[in-house]
Write a protein that binds this ligand. Structure first.
Ligand code: GSH
Length: 214
């Protein structure tokens, strides 16, 4: 029986898992939950993830949530599928894990502040100073990431680190759709723009783009 992947469009965490499944060419059935309908908080889904958040997977009798744990599980449970998400030596793999931790612990809080102040605040209540401050924090993070890049991808070869960060940056950029004068895209370091393009050219990437972002 194929693995079941519980997904919500626009969730950067669910997007990570989708990219990882595609990277590893693992067969899966994707179930789309609607945030508007409150699907993640319905009893059937709470039985899979009691926190009521996407993503989650069900693989045989395993129920697993938290995107980072899921991505590590996919690598360990399907070692011979597709390409490695954590490739190379013990040290190489530690670098990938470190970058994933940095994405979660440093980029996520900066991105969340921006998303909160733009996407989750009514335009009539926008505070330009606080929005610009949040944008500057995201830019400062990306400047740091630009220095960490090891070639085309974050850890050298394409890895779980790229899939951890890309959806977060894409969501931050999504704020510019709602507030065109945010001026985030133009401040993104050139090396990060090039890195994003390196993810976007992956053959499976286009079908993972959030449906309502088109
Ligand atoms: N740390 C979690 C974060 C998951 C998360 O926050 N998911 C959000 C969407 S981005 C969610 O499902 N929210 C639904 C809700 O709170 O009702 C992970 O990495 O999987």
């Amino acid at each position: 029986m194929a693995l079941t992947f519980y997904y919500g469009a626009g969730s950067p965490y669910a997007w990570r898992v989708w990219l990882a499944l595609e990277h590893k060419a693992i067969p899966y059935e994707r179930k789309v939950l609607s945030f508007a309908e409150g699907d993640p908080k319905k009893p059937d889904y709470l039985a899979i993830n009691p926190r009521g958040k996407v993503p989650a997977i069900v693989d045989g009798d395993l129920r697993l949530y938290e995107s980072t744990a899921i991505v590590e599980y996919l690598e360990d449970a399907y070692p011979d599928y597709g390409k490695r998400l954590f490739a190379g030596s013990v040290r190489d793999r530690a670098l990938v894990r470190r970058l994933v931790c940095e994405a979660d612990n440093y980029f996520v809080p900066a991105m969340n502040r921006l998303v909160q102040r733009v996407l989750f605040t009514k335009p009539e209540e926008w505070d330009a100073g606080r929005i610009d401050a949040a944008r500057d924090e995201v830019v400062a993070e990306l400047e740091r990431w630009a220095l960490m890049l090891r070639g085309d991808y974050l850890a050298g070869p394409l890895s779980a680190a790229d899939y951890a960060l890309y959806p977060l940056v894409a969501l931050a950029l999504r704020c510019e759709k709602k507030r065109p004068d945010l001026a985030l895209r133009e401040r993104i370091p050139a090396r990060i723009n090039a890195w994003m393009q390196g993810v976007e050219i992956l053959p499976f990437f286009p079908r993972t783009w959030p449906a309502h972002w088109k």
